[in-house]
Ligand binder design. Structure first.
Ligand code: ZN
Ligand code: ZN
Length: 277
């Protein structure tokens, strides 16, 4: 049951690139990017990485269901789970799907249709029985949902580009900045302003600073850069996210310890973690 004070984020997938199940990745989880944000009675989903499959099971307990699905971009690790998202098969479900047009001629609807048009799997276009409403926006736009939920958007620095989000509800805010490479000072200043005074910032921490030197231009950042931007933007809680699948639980535990020393109160995202506001 929800009430109007409800505002939380739950992490259903915290990895970048590819899913990495297995005993060595059990503590932090192996699914790719997916967040659930509940603001009042609004359900917002960010990205449809493989984490969205388990989220789908949990959502089907409520019926009828009205969902809002936002994409940062359409690289595979952010859409892997879409063909296996059970609510999309249910005719009692409404899903509003949002994507930043990012200057391309392709619309969100075209991209989503293309993803499954040649599927020989569980889902094809005709099995999607949910009512789907597609919306394209330009980074910089603000999307307003019922109950006073606002979603601000901005452009990130990523190959093929990606969108950053700031979700505001009842004077609190959660920001989601994944698939972003640091280093461009103009974008850095814009982002500091965009996330300023946020309660929670979830940031692309794919690499360590040392690893980054081998991955310049790949479109990702480091957990140390996340500390820097959160300090400059007076952010309350920093969450390192989009972990490299090569980082096993021992490696992630070490990052977590170093992160908590450098910025107490921060978290390394792990599957199943819930942060309430
Ligand atoms: Zn990614
Ligand atoms: Zn990407």
């Amino acid at each position: 049951m929800t009430n109007t004070d409800t505002f939380y984020v739950k992490f259903w997938g915290v990895r970048g690139s590819i899913p990495c199940p297995g005993m060595t990745h059990r503590l932090y989880g192996g699914n790719t990017s997916c967040l659930e944000i509940k603001a009042g009675n609004q359900t917002l989903i960010f990205d449809a990485g493989t984490g969205i499959c388990q989220l789908g099971h949990s959502l089907l307990k409520d019926n009828p269901l009205s969902l809002n699905l936002f994409f940062t971009h359409f690289h595979y690790d952010h859409v892997w789970g879409w063909p296996f998202f059970e609510p999309a098969l249910d005719n009692k479900v409404d899903i509003r799907i949002y994507g930043g047009s990012l200057g391309k001629k392709l619309t969100t609807q075209k991209i989503m249709t293309k993803l499954i048009e040649n599927q020989e799997t569980l889902v094809n276009q005709s099995s999607l029985r949910a009512k789907l409403y597609f919306s394209d926006f330009v980074p910089g736009d603000t999307i307003r949902l019922e109950q006073g939920v606002s979603i601000l958007t901005t452009e990130l620095n990523h190959p093929d580009r990606a969108v950053g989000y700031r979700i505001e509800y009842r004077g609190k805010s959660i920001c989601y900045l994944t698939d972003h490479e640091h280093g461009n000072m103009k974008i850095y200043s814009q982002l500091v302003e965009f996330i300023y005074n946020s309660d929670i910032v979830i940031y692309d921490a794919t690499y360590t600073d040392a690893e980054y030197l081998e991955h310049i231009g790949w479109g990702h950042s480091t957990w140390q850069e996340g500390v820097r931007i959160c300090n400059d933007a007076n952010v309350k809680t920093y969450v390192a996210f989009h972990h490299d699948p090569n980082h096993d639980d021992i490696f992630m535990d070490n990052i977590s310890q170093d992160l908590k020393k450098m910025r107490p109160g921060s978290y390394v995202a792990r599957e199943g973690m819930v942060l309430k506001l």
